[in-house]
Design a binder for this molecule. Structure first.
Ligand SMILES: [Zn+2]
Length: 297
């Protein structure tokens, strides 16, 4: 490292930049937003800066001052250096402008996201959603080319008819208006990616995957809810009671309430689905066509 070679430890170093935004991105107290273009590069520079035992300072220099004034002897060193740097940068750009410029992994990056062999330099939510949910060119044997829905359909063994009957838009709206904590919990539990026995063992936080409450092997997020330990069952009952009250408060159709509770209890106790008895035609049809109310195969 240069600072070691030249014994620069604990000295201060001032650099000049003619781009106000770039200077702030590197020097500001607040970290850059992940959605910011060049997020990876900015973070890398900041981490390097913070780990070197040199005090950094910065200075803004007005750009392109020689566009209107060529009186170089009157300019200060910062301005002259900036003009020289602009010339080098211009030459460098002209030399390499036709070359491909792939994103590379930075030395100080702790996490990188790759999609279709391209490293993302920032995380743009919309772009990421488009990539994940609307992928084209599916190759059956290569799961990385599958859409998100294809992936979960296969992993959770969800019948095609059930996939079609899930009201994705309603779920999206419901999730969007939920508190942040609920959103995070729902995502972590539905994907199974949280601190349950299976994951703790996989992440090497512990050597076993046992449920801490009932001792069963391979504790998953599903088991965390279905666990038959006394305190978990009590928690389930409390949740069901709250849901019952909410149904009453929202005047939910009694047969629909009954069908939902029946399916919830069957799922919770790992019991086969029984036919739903109802005079409601729509509900009866729903219970027969492969959807969540239908009888399991
Ligand atoms: Zn358990």
């Amino acid at each position: 490292m240069l600072h070691k070679e030249h014994d620069l430890t604990n000295v201060s170093f001032t650099f000049g930049l003619d781009n106000k935004e770039a200077r702030l991105a590197v020097m500001s107290q607040d970290g850059p937003k992940v959605s910011k273009a060049d997020y990876d590069m900015i973070l890398d520079i900041r981490k390097r800066k913070d780990t070197i035992p040199i005090i950094f300072d910065s200075k803004w220099i007005e750009r392109h001052q020689d566009d209107t004034n060529k009186d170089y002897p009157t300019m200060d060193t910062w301005t002259l250096l900036n003009i020289e740097m602009d010339m080098h940068a211009g030459k460098c750009y002209q030399q390499h402008k036709e070359e491909e410029c792939p994103n590379i992994t930075m030395a100080n990056e702790s996490l990188t996201v790759w999609i279709d062999e391209e490293k993302l330099s920032c995380l743009d939510k919309q772009m990421l959603c488009d990539k994940v949910f609307a992928r084209t060119g599916k190759v059956e044997k290569d799961k990385s080319t599958w859409t998100c829905k294809d992936f979960w359909k296969e992993r959770e063994n969800i019948p095609e008819a059930a996939m079609e009957h899930i009201h994705w838009e309603a779920l999206k709206k419901a999730l969007a208006i939920s508190p942040q904590g609920t959103q995070r919990w729902t995502l972590k539990h539905s994907t199974g990616q949280c601190g349950v026995g299976r994951m703790l063992q996989r992440w090497k936080y512990q050597e076993h995957s046992l449920c801490p409450r009932c001792g069963e092997q391979d504790e998953t997020t599903k088991h965390a809810i279905q666990c038959q330990a006394v305190d978990v069952r009590q928690r389930w009952k409390t949740g069901i009671k709250a849901l019952r009250q909410w149904f009453i408060m929202t005047s939910t159709e009694p047969d629909l309430q009954h069908a939902i509770f029946q399916r919830l209890e069957e799922w919770h106790d790992n019991k086969p689905r029984r036919p739903v008895h109802t005079t409601n035609r729509l509900l009866r049809e729903a219970s027969l066509d492969g959807g969540p109310f239908s009888k399991a195969e």
